[in-house]
Design a binder for this molecule. Structure first.
Ligand SMILES: [Zn+2]
Ligand SMILES: [Zn+2]
Length: 177
């Protein structure tokens, strides 16, 4: 089953009714700078669709595996994730001016919920900005590029003395006033 549109016409106008929905699919282009759900990686959803007066409430969890690159040492690793979702899909789209930025609601389209957008938003906001392979990752050496976690950097003199001399020879920046 794909993560595309899910027909919910059976629930519309029947407040109080609900049905479970399990989906499995893939999604292209779900990534940030350092975190990516590969295009061919399976994404699963275990959802409850509940009919309410305003529309359809979709809640449950989305699970999958993403590849996170450590912000310090740049090594990649796969991590399973599970993201909780709870979104109300409104029968009638709210007026533009009734929406504020914090309140980013979904609307039903042709009696269907757009699962693609729901999953994209829910997983996207959970992706860490600066993932670390471990909390105390030592990162890469700025001099030789070696991965310090793996002992690849042999250690260096603090600063080549020739650079210190050069710095002394540089003219002072002229005053601007
Ligand atoms: Zn690291
Ligand atoms: Zn080094």
């Amino acid at each position: 089953m794909s993560l595309a549109a899910i027909d919910v016409h059976d629930l519309l106008g029947q407040p109080g009714t609900s049905r479970r929905l399990d989906v499995l699919g893939t999604m292209e282009g779900l990534s940030t700078e350092l975190v990516e759900v590969p295009d061919d990686a399976p994404l699963g959803g275990s959802l409850l669709l509940e009919s309410v007066v305003e529309g359809i409430l979709v809640s449950g969890s989305i699970t999958g595996t993403w590849t996170a690159r450590c912000a310090r040492c740049l090594t990649e690793r796969s991590q399973p994730f599970s993201v909780e979702v709870s979104e109300l899909f409104l029968v009638e789209a709210p007026d533009e001016d009734e929406l504020d930025d914090e309140d980013d609601r979904f609307a039903l389209l042709d009696e269907s919920i757009d699962l693609d957008q729901l999953v994209r938003d829910a997983v996207g906001v959970e992706m860490p900005f600066a993932p670390l392979c471990r909390a105390d990752c030592l990162g890469l050496c700025e001099v030789c590029g070696g991965n310090r976690n793996l002992g690849e950097c042999p250690g260096h003199e603090a600063l080549d003395p020739r650079f210190a001399v050069l710095a002394d020879l540089l003219p002072e920046l002229p005053d601007t006033d």
